[in-house]
Design a protein around this ligand. Structure first.
Ligand SMILES: *[C@@H]1O[C@H](CO)[C@@H](O)[C@H](O)[C@H]1NC(C)=O
Ligand SMILES: *[C@@H]1O[C@H](CO)[C@@H](O)[C@H](O)[C@H]1NC(C)=O
Ligand SMILES: *[C@@H]1O[C@H](CO)[C@@H](O)[C@H](O)[C@H]1NC(C)=O
Ligand SMILES: *[C@@H]1O[C@H](CO)[C@@H](O)[C@H](O)[C@H]1NC(C)=O
Length: 405
């Protein structure tokens, strides 16, 4: 009686197993037919099987930290750069692309740039530097370059495995600080990247989040976008210090001078605010293609609660928050006091975050509010209606706001 049933069941199971094997074999042969592909060149059958079992290395995350300048993105990038041995981190690789595509007018063709940014990012997430290489000036020879922008800001590019011997007479503007290395061998960088569990890239150059949609549709990638934003009034205050000459007229105008403020700068300010807001609106709406892939973080929250925000960012990416990152944050912020609830410390970091209020003339704050109003509103930055309010320390301009949960 038992045997009567067992035989068909065993037979059926065998069929299932054979069918599965067939699937794997046909997928493997598909894969072999696809070569040469630009990306992941798998070396062994087991790699191919692994890749195909989930279409990608299981658990591998591709993190893109999207920001604009003066939002503390280098600092936040360190949260990932300090993660340790299983993270491959790249700092502003798109710098080369933007530089190469800059027109004589000083701008770029936004459509062409967006496409190039997307394609380069997609390849880099697959540890393929070939397209990026074509944007590096001077062009790398045999995949060797001494000109990779801010190489030293990426600990992955200064590791022993990626450090080739120093070459006499070659000037390395962006030389590694942790050890003496010769020009960067991008083949070595790529090999090292493939061995890491995760990859993170920071960029202040992408304008519109939806231009990156194809990355979310690539079955080889599991992309997580973190968009970092900051109060545009604070960004402008910071720019006015960094690029004082450029904003000379603004200052005179704010002081009551008769100088008209530069229309071009106002237009740029508006363009930036609109881009940031549009990207964030798409992200916060959580369309299907972005579900679980988008997180919005405010600079002000990171500055005030670095440990809390870092742990939220790690939770979002699905990567364990390592002790290395925690200790880096402790060393580089006042986070040690964050949890103990010492009022003076919190007040102090809030003070740091709101320092711009005593530097930015009220008239200019008004211009930003006019041009960037919807952006301020979306991110929870309070409008000021008078000079007194701008400089009143007991009024916080940062509303408590929860974005992603
Ligand atoms: C920008 O680049 C796109 C795509 O490369 C091209 O079709 C378009 O004509 C360019 N626009 C301008 C204004 O040059
Ligand atoms: C760069 O690294 C690759 C891989 O390790 C190696 O095969 C190649 O010879 C290196 N190139 C040079 C010029 O050293
Ligand atoms: C706030 O903290 C900074 C950095 O630790 C310190 O230099 C500054 O003196 C503090 N300011 C106040 C008002 O306590
Ligand atoms: C600052 O704001 C607080 C709270 O709104 C208010 O009570 C105080 O009068 C304001 N101070 C000045 C100088 O306007």
């Amino acid at each position: 009686m038992k045997i009567k049933y067992t035989i068909p069941i065993v037979f059926f199971m065998a069929l299932v197993i054979i069918e599965k094997e067939n699937n794997i074999i046909s997928r493997v042969s598909d894969k072999l037919k696809q070569t040469p592909q630009t990306s992941l060149q798998s070396n062994s059958l087991s790699d191919i099987l692994l890749e195909h079992s989930g279409s990608r290395l299981p658990g591998r995350k591709h993190i893109l930290l999207l920001a604009t300048t003066r939002t503390g993105s280098s600092f936040v990038g360190e949260f990932f750069n300090q993660q340790g041995d299983n993270m491959f981190y790249l700092f502003e690789p798109l710098w080369h692309v933007e530089k190469m595509l800059t027109l004589e007018s000083g701008g770029t063709n936004a459509t062409a740039a967006a496409k190039a940014y997307r394609d380069v990012l997609q390849q880099l997430f697959l540890c393929d530097f070939s397209l990026l290489e074509s944007f590096i000036d001077p062009l790398p020879v045999d995949h060797i370059t001494a000109a990779l922008f801010r190489r030293e800001s990426s600990s992955s590019l200064c590791e022993k495995a990626v450090c080739s011997p120093v070459v006499k007479g070659v000037f390395e503007r962006y030389h590694c600080k942790t050890r003496r290395c010769g020009p960067l061998n991008l083949t070595m960088a790529s090999e090292s990247c493939l061995k890491k569990e995760h990859i993170a890239i920071k960029s202040v150059r992408v304008r519109q989040l939806d231009t990156l949609r194809p990355l979310t549709e690539d079955p080889r990638l599991d992309v997580k976008f973190i968009q970092l934003v900051r109060d545009p009034r604070a960004i402008l205050a910071s720019r006015m210090v960094a690029f004082a000459a450029k904003y000379k007229n603004w200052k005179e105008w704010a002081m009551g001078g008769n100088v008209p403020i530069d229309d071009d700068e106002v237009r740029k300010l508006k363009g930036n605010c609109d881009n940031i807001r549009m990207s964030a609106k798409i992200g916060l709406r959580q369309p299907l293609w972005l579900r679980g892939r988008y997180m919005l973080v405010r600079y002000e929250d990171i500055a005030r609660f670095p440990m809390k925000k870092a742990s939220e960012m790690y939770r979002f990416t699905g990567i364990p928050f390592t002790p290395q990152v925690k200790s880096w944050i402790l060393k580089n912020t006042q986070a040690s006091k964050e949890t103990s609830g010492v009022y003076s410390t919190q007040k102090n970091s809030s003070e740091q975050v709101e320092k711009w209020r005593f530097k930015l003339p009220f008239k200019i704050a008004q211009v930003v509010q006019k041009v960037c109003g919807p952006t301020l509103k979306l991110f929870g930055y309070k409008f000021v209606s008078s000079e007194e309010m701008l400089t009143n320390k007991s009024v916080s301009l940062i509303e408590d706001k929860v974005f992603n949960f």
